[in-house]
Write a protein that binds this ligand. Structure first.
Ligand code: XIL
Length: 300
């Protein structure tokens, strides 16, 4: 195969990227997007501050543009993200009454998932809920602090009711190393959900790596999660300075686990990246393939 999407399809996977609506009109950008990628994640357009900037006033216009582009080009969509402490409007983070916050969260999930019912391959239902402090517990957020730790289960059950066919993922960063408390915290959450029948289908490993690439036990982490009965996905891959070997190792880790459903890189050209100073992507600012591109294509 001569493109990332075709090579991934040849091994039963997808290859995706993050897309901001504002770049769809850039011909060079859209040309690469539609040639190489089979899955799209809106970079910001499905986040709470865009979709529900004030209570019960929903704005799906920017994300709808991306979904209609995907439909026109035979690309599938990852929905990102329903419940997250960041890019959260102040009217939500200021709620201190549990009954109010529960109904606000459930209404947000139900309305957004219903709007896109049938059009989303997988939703990042809850994003980055675990702490980085070595506790293996949920981080402080309005959701945990006002609703308690059960907000995660509530969010998954509510999303499932609104679109029973969409895969529902928990998504986080720094959960790639098996020997980290954060990874173990997420693992216990997924194990508990599976044992009690709480609807969860996948775990997203953001995979924002330094220039060394993934931890050596990343494939162990992926296979241990898959053994719980969930798909695993690499959802936001980027690697500082994009060493070809680091990218190849990451792809091989996914390929080593049959339930690793696909890989999404967090942007197309280095100039599109949220880490643009680190040149972490597969295409340079002129849209040319970097050495890491060829390493990925070969590893698929
Ligand atoms: C980033 C976007 O790339 C930026 O444009 C935005 O300013 C901040 O968010 N984890 C996530 C993504 O789950 O949504 C974040 O995306 C990167 C970190």
């Amino acid at each position: 195969a001569t493109t990332l999407g075709a090579a991934a399809a040849g091994v039963g996977r997808y290859f995706g990227t993050a897309v901001p609506a504002g770049k769809l009109g850039d011909a060079q950008y859209a040309g690469i997007l539609d040639r190489e990628f089979t899955m799209i994640t809106p970079e910001n357009e499905m986040k709470w501050d865009t979709t529900e900037p004030s209570r019960n006033h929903f704005n799906f216009g920017p994300a709808d543009q991306i979904v209609s582009h995907a439909n026109a080009h035979n690309q599938r969509m990852r929905g990102h993200t329903l419940v997250w402490h960041s890019q959260l409007p102040g009217w939500v983070s200021g709620i201190n009454d549990a009954n109010t916050l529960r109904s606000v969260m459930d209404n947000h999930i139900t309305t957004e998932v219903t709007h896109y019912r049938g059009k989303i391959y997988a939703w990042d239902v809850v994003n980055e809920a675990f702490a980085d402090d070595g506790s293996g517990q949920l981080r402080s957020s309005v959701f945990r602090n006002v609703l308690g730790t059960g907000f995660v289960e509530e969010a998954f059950r509510t999303a499932h009711a609104a679109d029973p066919a969409a895969k529902l993922c928990y998504n986080d960063y720094s959960i790639e190393d098996w020997n980290s408390a954060k990874t173990q915290g997420v693992y216990k959450l997924v194990r508990d959900f599976k044992s009690r029948g709480v609807p969860i289908d996948c775990v997203g490993f953001q995979s924002h790596f330094g220039n060394g690439g993934p931890p050596s036990n990343f494939r162990t982490t992926l296979s241990n999660f898959a053994a719980l009965g969930v798909d695993v996905q690499l959802t936001e891959l980027d690697i500082a300075s994009a060493p070809p070997t680091a990218y190849a190792n990451t792809v091989k880790d996914c390929m080593s686990v049959s339930r690793c459903a696909g890989i999404t890189v967090w942007g197309i050209r280095d100039s599109d990246s949220w880490r643009s100073g680190e040149s972490p992507l597969l295409f340079d600012r002129n849209g040319n393939k970097k050495p890491a591109y060829n390493a990925v294509l070969t590893a698929l």
